[in-house]
Structures are given as structure tokens and as C-alpha cells.
Design a binder for this molecule. Structure first.
Ligand SMILES: [Zn+2]
Length: 482
């Protein structure tokens, strides 16, 4: 469709033929030959710190991807003090809009530390109070990281009880699932657990960065999709998000150390690593985890206190030190740990998930992984324009309106009169990611204009320096009772 888009103040006020309607504008942006789309919305980022930092609050890596709204606080790590964070962003200014999820892991840690135990009735009430308050302060929902400690110490029943509080407030349940691989209950077991939470807490659920992690579960995308489709047909509101890379991004402890060894926190873990009675079992479990992830050559160090390690695989580091990969891992953990890119996905599973109408684009952007700078343009370049695996309208929807509807962000995600003026203009000939595993912080190309709340943030490909984003608070929605 060919049309002019008119913006006045913060809102879209016109879509159509401006000449025919005899409209003029103070400034006209020429989008001839370009694609005009709603600003992208990223449902899974790790931008809480960036947005609170005076140097990085512009969220430039996202603006250059055409992302005008980010959601953060995922993986169970969102702040419990939602109002405080949103108010800080309001005061200091932010480059994109931003919304928060309250983190189950954060709340659990505050109430019961790193205990590998079920909560007492009092502790459960304590968590509910904190989550209810965070929802009232504007969180869009609750995130969990059931793969990570301390989320991993929570049974399904605990999560269901806490999710019910979020249901009362009309929020969403967003989960980095217990297992995306074959560690514990398996990928399919985790999808069943997530669906059960959705069904029993009567809550909308979103599966974070859906993937089949490791050879053991390659090919399970089809069965996973079948489970999700069945649940949707039965009325459970399930969606997922995904980034278009074969490597995930995590840290070396989360990737290789078994959760039981983390009970009680990091100090306890370090003690266990040195305990000769425990060490053999720990090493055996770590060996199995390393195999799951594809071996020492499939783990690339992306951040570490010792900067010499960055950009090298665990295998290369170990042979340089004349040690086994697990001995090297333990040395790295003892010297403060490391971020890793973990090459563990098959292209086939990625494409299977990407083709589903319930899968959104989400970067899960973390430092050291190119997805933080490249996710949205990469999907456009590689999967839409070059390989033609999915269509442009399908991808724009997966990157904007589907996300706004899923997470309850009103008046954004579509080009529609009266909606906020979050609009992007990109060149299909040049839109592309540039960030790589070797150079993960290269900005993407091809966004000619990025407009946030009616203000031009990227002008002819250049950042204008403004902070036009708003902190977004959940708006009360009427609850539909079943
Ligand atoms: Zn995650």
C-alpha cells in the first residue's frame, strides 16, 4: 500500500493521500522506495541498566534496529521496585519507550535468599505482596527464569500461586523455561509446565526465546509447536518470542554448572568446587552439560574480567593453559566467571519456530552477543529479503502489533490514526545487521528514519541525540472471566 502518514505532536493524525486531502506539513520526510512500518517492539531485552545509565540511556543499538519500544526485566530478573525505575527513566529521559516485568527471581531472592526449598506459607504471602505491588506500580506482568537459580528452586505450584496475583491485575506470565534442552524435564516437559501454569492460573503466557538447545533435542521444534497449537485450540493464550541466531547467550555457570551446586549462593558454589567429596559428582554433571551444549569448541567467551579470554573458545583456552576444558572452566569461575555465546541451535528448528503466527521477534539482547545490535534487521535481511522464508507483512506484525497485543501495550504497534507516532522508515536494499560474534557492537544499517512519539530520533540514518521515549505503565484492562 502506498500512503502518506501524518503526525502531529505525539500522535498519528492522518494516513492516506495528503495531496488529495490538501494537507501540508512543517516537515516532510521522503520515503520513496522505502518501507514505512510501525516502530518495532522488543518483548525481551536486558536494558534496565542501559536505560538507567547516563551514557547509554538513548538505547541507540535498538533505535538503529527500528525498535521504538523495549520490554525489560525478563528471565526472572526484573526489579521489584517498578515505580522507582520507571520514575528514574521519566526524570532522566530515555531513547526508546520502555516497560517492565517484575522478576520472580528477584522477589524470591529478597524473600528467601538462594534457598533450594519451597516457600513457607508466610514467605509465599510475602512474595505475593511484592508482586501485587509491582503490578500496581505498572509492571506488564511477571517474568521467571526457571532455568536459573533461584527460579530453578521453585516448584510449578509456587509459580501458579504467584501467577494468580498477576492474573488479578490483568498481566502476562513471561518465562525463560526450566529446560530448553535435556537437562532436567526437557524442552517438551518445560512447554507442558508453562502451559499448565497458563491453564491453572488462567493467565496469558509467553515463552521467552523459544529454541531447541543442543543436539539431544534438535528436531523437537515440531513437537513443541504441536503442544502449543493444541493448548491454543483449548483456549490457553500461549505465544513465544525468538531471536534469529544459532548461538544463545548466557554465562558459563548457568551453562555448565548444575543448579544443586548453586544452592545457598555463589560462596557455597566456590566452596563446593574445592570440596574433594563433592567435586567428582560436580565434574561429572558439568561434563554432561558440556556435551549437551556441543563441547568446548561451541562455547565462545564474550565477556570476562580477564579480557584476553574474550573472543576465544573454551577449547582454545583450555589447550592454551594445558588443562582439560572443565579444569579451565573452574579456573574461569573462580576468577569471576564469564559470559558465553553458546552455539547450540539448528537452523531448521529456528525456521520452524519463526514461521509460526504466534512467534514474535525478540532480541534477548545481552552484552557480547550480536543479537543486541542486530536481531530485527537480521531477520528482515536474511529471512525475509534474501532467503524469502517469511514475508515482510508477517515479519512486521511479529515485530510490532503482535507484541503490543500480547503484552498489553495500547495505542502502539500499528500505523493507525490516533495511535502514538512510533514510525520507522527503512530501505529494503540496505537494511541489515552488521554485528558479529567477533564484533558484537556494530550498529545495524538501513533505518532511514526512526520516529519515537512523533519526534525524529534517527534522521537520514543518523541519531539526532533526542530522548523521546516514555516509560510505559500497564493500563488497567477489563478482565475477561471464563
Ligand atoms: Zn532468558
Amino acid at each position: 500500500m502506498l500512503a502518506d502518514v501524518g503526525i502531529r505532536g505525539e500522535r498519528i493524525v492522518f494516513i492516506g493521500n495528503a495531496a488529495k486531502s490538501r494537507l501540508s506539513a512543517a516537515r516532510i520526510l521522503d520515503a520513496t522506495g522505502m518501507i514505512v512500518a510501525p516502530g518495532f517492539i522488543d518483548p525481551h531485552t536486558h536494558t534496565t541498566e542501559d536505560l538507567s545509565d547516563s551514557e547509554r540511556k538513548s538505547n541507540l543499538n535498538y533505535l538503529m534496529q527500528g525498535v521504538t519500544t523495549v520490554i525489560t526485566g525478563n528471565d526472572g530478573g526484573g526489579p521489584s521496585r517498578v515505580a522507582e525505575t520507571l520514575e528514574r527513566w521519566e526524570r532522566q529521559g530515555i531513547g526508546t519507550n520502555a516497560a517492565l516485568l517484575v522478576g520472580h527471581g528477584t522477589v524470591r531472592r529478597q524473600v528467601m535468599g538462594m534457598a533450594d526449598a519451597a516457600p513457607s506459607p508466610e514467605q509465599l504471602v510475602g512474595m505475593k505482596i511484592m508482586i501485587r505491588q509491582a503490578m500496581d506500580e505498572g509492571a506488564l506482568g511477571m517474568s521467571t527464569g526457571l532455568y536459573y537459580a533461584p527460579g530453578s528452586f521453585a516448584q510449578t505450584e509456587e509459580i501458579i500461586e504467584l501467577a494468580k496475583v498477576v492474573t488479578e491485575r490483568g498481566g502476562i506470565y513471561d518465562s525463560h523455561m526450566r529446560d530448553e534442552s535435556s537437562y532436567t524435564i526437557g524442552l517438551l516437559g518445560s512447554i507442558r509446565e508453562t502451559i499448565r501454569i497458563g491453564r491453572e492460573a488462567r493467565i496469558r503466557i509467553n515463552i521467552s526465546h523459544i529454541k531447541a538447545l543442543g543436539r539431544d533435542v534438535w528436531g523437537q521444534s515440531r513437537a513443541a509447536i504441536r503442544l502449543i497449537r493444541q493448548a491454543r485450540a483449548r483456549g490457553v493464550r500461549v505465544t513465544a518470542d525468538q531471536y534469529p541466531y544459532t548461538a544463545s547467550g548466557t554465562n558459563i555457570i548457568a551453562a555448565l554448572v548444575p543448579r544443586w551446586a548453586e544452592a545457598g549462593g555463589n560462596e557455597q558454589l566456590l566452596k563446593r568446587l574445592d570440596d574433594l567429596n563433592i567435586r567428582p559428582r560436580l565434574i561429572a554433571d558439568m561434563e554432561a552439560n558440556l556435551r549437551r551444549r556441543g563441547g568446548p569448541e561451541s562455547l565462545l567467551i564474550t565477556s570476562a574480567r580477564d579480557r584476553q579470554l574474550i573472543g576465544r573458545t573454551l577449547g582454545a583456552i583450555a589447550s592454551g593453559w594445558n588443562k582439560t576444558p572443565l579444569e579451565a572452566t573452574i579456573d574461569i569461575i573462580k576468577s569471576g566467571g564469564a559470559g558465553v555465546a553458546s552455539f547450540n541451535m539448528s537452523e531448521r528448528d529456528i525456521v520452524n519456530f519463526m514461521r509460526q503466527g504466534f512467534v514474535m521477534t525478540g532480541s534477548d539482547g545481552s552484552n557480547g552477543h550480536p543479537r543486541k545490535y542486530g536481531t530485527f534487521p537480521r531477520k528482515l535481511r536474511e529471512y525475509v529479503l534474501d532467503k524469502r522464508i517469511i514475508t515482510l507483512p508477517f515479519t512486521v506484525r511479529a515485530s510490532s502489533s503482535l507484541t503490543a497485543e500480547t503484552f498489553g501495550i495500547p495505542e502502539r504497534g500499528k500505523l493507525r490514526v490516533s495511535y502514538f507516532g512510533d514510525v520507522i522508515v527503512f530501505d529494503p536494499a540496505t537494511v541489515a545487521d552488521r554485528a558479529t560474534y567477533q564484533q558484537p557492537e556494530l550498529l545495524a544499517t538501513g533505518m532511514k528514519y526512526v520516529i519515537v512519539n512523533g519526534k525524529v530520533a534517527v534522521d537520514r540514518g543518523q541519531y539526532t541525540g533526542i530522548h523521546a521515549g516514555h516509560p510505559l505503565r500497564r493500563r488497567l484492562r477489563t478482565l475477561r472471566k471464563k
